[in-house]
Design a protein around this ligand. Sequence first.
Ligand SMILES: [Zn+2]
Length: 430
Amino acid sequence: MENIIDTVAKILEKYPLCDRCLGRLFAHLGKGLGNNERGKALKIATILDLHRRVLSGDSKSLDILRKVVLNSKLNFKDFFKELGMDYPQAFPSCYICGDQLDNIIITFSETVAKLVKEKNVRSFLIGVIIADDVLERESNIVKEYHIPYWESIKREIKREIGKRVQSLTNIKVDFENPHVTYIIDLINNTVKEEIRSLFLYGKYRKLGRLISQNVWIRKSGERRYHLSVEDVVKHSLSYVKASDVVLHIGGREDVDVRVLSGRPLVIEYKSPQNSNINIESLNKVLNSFTPWIQFEMEMKVRREFVSRLKGPGSLTYKIYRALIYSQQEVEPEKLHMLEEFFNNRMIVQRTPTRILRRKPDRLRNKVVYQVKTLYISPHVFAAIIKCDGGLYVKELITGDGGRTTPSFSSYLNTELQCLMLDVIYVHEYI
Ligand SMILES: [Zn+2]
């Protein structure tokens, strides 16, 4: 970029700009100045330099100086006279912000400060929605004059309002984890509050079958199952006074599988208005909905906890109990051999046929650590299976037409059917 004074002279010869909008184009030059101070200083320095040129006989500069003085919007009344110009009734308005910027900063700071005080906000952050044409006008100037030192108008508004609200309320801006984010919408002239979500960690137990994790609606609009874990959590929205809820569950079980010792989950309450949540009371609310799904929420956690809960390796193993029907008779001795065969056995599984419509066909290797069987009758036995989280247990039993190998079915060389399945333990390693 050439000399700054020359660039400013060219910009102001063409575009009227307020102090802030000019200063912001050079925001990265000179620390500790406000853009308004920076802009005013640049205007004065440029006008003085142009005046110097005029006085030293450069007649071309006079025309430029006249335009720059007008577009600078400074009230140098006497100087207008000296340049042979009439002092204007009104200055042209700022090309970028239409002279709205100062007003925006002052008014919205006051509005937000009032909200911060009213609601006992602990920390806050400012967000801004601004019309595209404003941003476009700004970036046009940046491109036209190849300016590398600029800052966007959005950033200036956020920072200036943040600073003012902080000094009006004594409440701090928090960039990482604000209690409330105020979204200032300059298109509709509104302020929207977004309260930080509340994250609670705990477990749920599913004591009945045909219960889904989320509400499951058929294409026809009817519910597929009468009850879901989500239904119960939604029931607690009024206690938390939250706008919505998201379930982050460690793993998934089929609807016909019970979860007896509890599966870990994080409940995310969006925009919670009740700042005084007692976990014991919340558990009472959750557990009053139905005896079939019970919760034991334990503690508040941070948002990052969710990715740990759902990330790979977070659940090390699970224990299942299955009741199995065998098409051919099975000897008790053969079941003992099955226990030995599946001791620390690697299982190779393709995505089960029953969920291929929903999930991509993928190969996975999972380990069965231990199996204990109970002979009930020639055609029926039970099995306790300890295995990696993410192993498809029904397919481990049936073989899924050869897509899971080895399987109980391939080992016993008979068709097997899983009559009932329960998750009896989920080991958490978080
Ligand atoms: Zn402006």
